[in-house]
Design a protein around this ligand. Structure first.
Ligand code: ATP
Length: 307
């Protein structure tokens, strides 16, 4: 029987993103407070005809065409890499697969879109290999260890909720959920920002932080308190590369956002509102100005199989 396996995984925002000095291994250590958003990539996987390899179809009606077109469908797609690595780890042949990715997360937007796809694929492959080859189901920790080889944000997309990410962001310490729901407006840019370019600009600016203790974050009691706590060390670098982002942050705060901030390496701006109605109202206003705006709630579960 050719079963359809469905999996989904959430977008992330970095509520706090502290970046240290470039290390000898070429990476920057980070201290990040992640929150998963109810904006999920959906992936379906079916067994392909023998000998057809891996085929990937990407679509997503809510995103601009340019975003969908920027996602490769060949072996450079993170989902393809996930399938190959997963099979290798189990010592199995790379299976023939037909994969459908329904994208909702802006591409190259600093919201872990590719990482969410990889996380959904890890969960889907775990099930597929179990059903097809009787391999034991891997634990979330084992999946996260494979995910860390694919990208720093993949482990968090597996865990979801709220968590601290250290190392390159891949060492996850899960935290208890916030006691309140958060309402976000996400304003995507038609152009992406490459993460390495943003880090290079950050190194030029040369401001490195002393990492703060984030373990008390679950005690944050309100959206306003959360807004005061939000920070992103890469924001000035993103502003330097795309000066319009700074104007957009100001505009969103004037329109009533508790706090608007570049998400991760940008260029998506994540704006926190005190109600869903207000987030939707401002999102509609931005859309009428031709901008790409989405709303989403936090927090969300990590990657999971969907029935
Ligand atoms: P992060 O927040 O984890 O740094 P991001 O959200 O900024 O990532 P992605 O959406 O993951 O960025 O895309 C970065 C680049 O990765 C894209 O421009 C694209 O060329 C490539 N890519 C490979 N696989 C995927 C995928 N499944 N989805 C999106 N982009 C992918």
């Amino acid at each position: 029987m050719n079963r359809i396996i469905r999996a989904s995984a959430p977008a992330k925002v970095n509520l706090v993103f502290e970046v240290g000095q470039l290390a000898a291994d070429g990476y920057h250590p980070v201290n990040s407070l992640f929150l998963a958003l109810e904006l999920r990539e959906e992936l379906t996987l079916v067994k392909g005809e023998a000998g057809t390899g891996i085929s990937i179809y990407v679509h997503g009606a809510e995103l601009p065409e340019a975003h969908i077109n920027a996602v490769p469908t060949d072996q450079s797609n993170l989902v393809h890499k996930t399938a190959v690595l997963f099979a290798q780890k189990l010592g199995k042949q790379i299976p023939d697969l037909q994969i459908d990715i329904r994208k909702r997360i802006p591409v190259a937007g600093g919201m872990a879109g590719g990482s969410a796809d990889a996380a959904a694929m890890l969960v889907a492959m775990n099930e597929f290999m179990h059903l097809e080859h009787g391999t034991p189901n891997l634990t979330i920790e084992e999946l996260a260890a494979i995910g860390a080889e694919l990208g720093s944000d993949v482990p968090f997309c597996l865990y979801g909720g709220m968590a601290i990410g250290t190392g390159r962001g891949e060492v996850i310490t899960a935290l208890s959920n916030l006691a309140f729901e958060t309402n976000w407006l996400l304003c995507a840019s038609s152009k992406g920002l490459s993460t390495p370019t943003v880090y290079a600009a950050f190194d030029e600016i040369g401001s490195h932080t002393v990492f703060t203790d984030l373990t008390d974050a679950s005690a944050i009691a309100s959206a306003h308190e959360l807004g005061q706590r939000m920070s992103n060390d890469l924001e000035q670098a993103a502003f330097r590369l795309m000066p319009t982002l700074s104007e957009l942050v100001d505009q969103l705060e004037q329109l009533g956002a508790i706090r608007a901030m570049v998400s991760g390496s940008g260029p998506t701006i994540a704006a926190l509102f005190d109600s869903e109605a207000k987030a939707v109202e401002v999102s509609n206003l931005l859309k009428s100005q031709g901008l790409v705006a989405l709303t989403a709630k936090g927090q969300a579960l990590g990657a999971r199989l969907d029935g």
